[in-house]
Design a protein around this ligand. Structure first.
Ligand code: DQA
Length: 148
């Protein structure tokens, strides 16, 4: 079971970036805990952060070529702007969960529309770093249920 975790722009700054919205946990801490949880379950997690739209799109294309089973993605600001990243996920046909650390519905109006949510299996918003962990548990269970 191969899972890709994708983090969009500015998420490399987690830990110090607007802690009132995004908490104090660093991206490295989030990634490390996902990798070790997956390992314990016999799954493989790879993580990828980039600030450029094209690099994120290229990474999704690669995931499709690598036959990645599942994607957990926080598209960050591209959530609200990127038809191109949406199209890359649609083209990949890889099931995905959309994550936001903050509750995007409790913030500015421009954050309340996502180009991803209608394609996602589900959306977790507002649970901080725990959102990633819960998404991973879902992915693990999803595939456990499918193995005979
Ligand atoms: C975010 C919410 C977005 O609106 C914002 O642009 C981000 C992070 C979140 O995790 O809460 O960069 O995706």
């Amino acid at each position: 079971l191969q899972i890709l975790v994708v983090h969009g722009p500015n998420l490399n700054l987690l830990g110090s970036r607007e802690p009132k919205h995004y908490g104090r946990v660093t991206l490295e801490e989030i990634d490390r805990s996902l990798v070790s949880r997956a390992e314990a379950a016999g799954a493989l997690v790879e993580t990828f952060q980039h600030n450029h739209e094209g690099a994120l799109i290229d990474r999704i294309h690669q995931a499709a070529r690598d036959r990645v089973d599942f994607i957990i993605i926080n598209p960050a600001a591209y959530t609200h702007t990127s038809v191109a990243l949406r199209d890359a996920l649609a083209a990949s046909a890889i099931p995905f969960i959309e994550i936001h650390l903050s509750n995007i519905f409790a913030r500015e109006a421009f954050r309340q529309h996502s180009y991803f949510s209608d394609l996602a299996i589900g959306v977790i918003s507002g649970l901080g770093a725990q959102g990633y962990e819960l998404a991973l548990e879902h992915a693990l269970r999803h595939f456990q249920d499918r193995t005979p």
